[in-house]
Design a protein around this ligand. Sequence first.
Ligand code: HEM
Length: 458
Amino acid sequence: MGTPERGRRKENAGTEPPLDSGHAGFAGRMPTPAPGMMTAMDGRTQPRRIAVSADFWDHLPFDMRGEAFRTDPYAAYARLRAEGPVLAPGEGVVLVTGYHAGVGALGDPRFGLGGGALEAQSFLLVDPPEHRCRRARVSAPFSARAVERLRPAIRHRTAGLVRAAAVRGEAEVVADFAVPLALELICAVVGVPLEDRPRWYGALAGLSLAFVPTGLLAEEDAARLTAARLEFAHYLRTLIEERRRAPQDDLVSALLAQGPEDTPLDEQDIITAIGQFVVAGHQPVVLQMANGAHALLRHPEQLDRLRADPSRAAAVVEEVMRYDPSIHLISRIALRDADIAGRHVPAGTVVGVLPGAANRDPRAFADSDRFDIARSPQHLALGRGTHFCLGAHLVRLQAQALFAALARYRPALTGEAVPRRMSGVLWGTERLPVVLTERPSDGDEDGGGGGGGDGDGD
Ligand code: HEM
């Protein structure tokens, strides 16, 4: 595996290869080949297949740039689902709106990422068998056992932030809770020292622009993204040197460690890999926690049920991810002729699975548009199959802690507008002002809730 990768990188020596999002298959940064051609894995150009680039977005039966869709995608999804679980809106493109069809497509090895420029830009955006080796190399810090060790610290930190806001009697959920908690989560896993974390706030916000597809990114944002990448890569070089000298129990050290079978990873491989995790593990978490808080606040009777029984927190997180996920597109390429729910899908077709649509499929969920914490559902918010979210345990733990801590203070909406938007493939609540109306009567500072475990043991 290593050699062809290395060969190509030499070609680009001196230019910063992009740090791209973890979440497979969307919005990869494609080098711009001549019209009708595309850049293949070995750098040569070849006749274009419909790649996951601007073309894909233009083929969608809704305007990703349109205000109507960007402020309420669920209305568009309901219309699409009525047309069928698998749609072909344009030549070479298939959309999956149905839950069972989505499970089928994401679990089917005939659909993959198909190599190309994406593979060069990320650590896990590759197809099996290479994917298995790479994932095995980085899984330890994300395992249920490793993440469970973080629970007391995460719960304590979360309860502390909410308690401090309760003194003020009000808070803005995104800025006061979701952003700092998501940042600490990813910094803890990567191994960023506490004193360096404030510096990452700015860089991470810029890096999250990686979720905006090439054709949809404004020029000034593209410049911000490049600047954030350069700064981030520069910082990581120092951290890598430190961990080479003194390994620790973190992701950087895990990537530096090398088993007898492992392909050696050079500095750039490690920067690219960390970049993927950091982008994958920040903005989707911020938005998911904000979406969850928003859903609970809009359904005070559900919030009261959680307050009365904090052990429901794990089920609340699953229902929140079903009802209002933060990632709204998972894409694949048909590696050979295949089919989804009986519909023929020719090789080379770009397949877009819409978790926001599939998670509210009435063929899979009774009363699918109703938010109900008694459900504890399966869903596609974290993907399925080969590329199932590596950070699943982390985000579940963090979201459980926040929802349980918030519920103890009986938060309420202030009546101010709550902006919710689609940015590229990320959907969510951008700002959520609340008042915290009560103080917990049990005097338990960290709150016993945030129910244990999250079902997916590994
Ligand atoms: C609410 C927050 C999150 C959501 C909604 C989310 C969603 C997803 C989805 C849908 C996929 C599958 C993509 C595909 O199949 O192509 C995925 C993969 C991935 N996620 Fe997450 N994720 C979240 C948080 C995190 C966190 C906290 C991390 C790590 C720090 C993370 C790291 C990854 C990685 C590395 C992959 C690629 C796995 C692979 O290709 O094998 N994610 N995530």
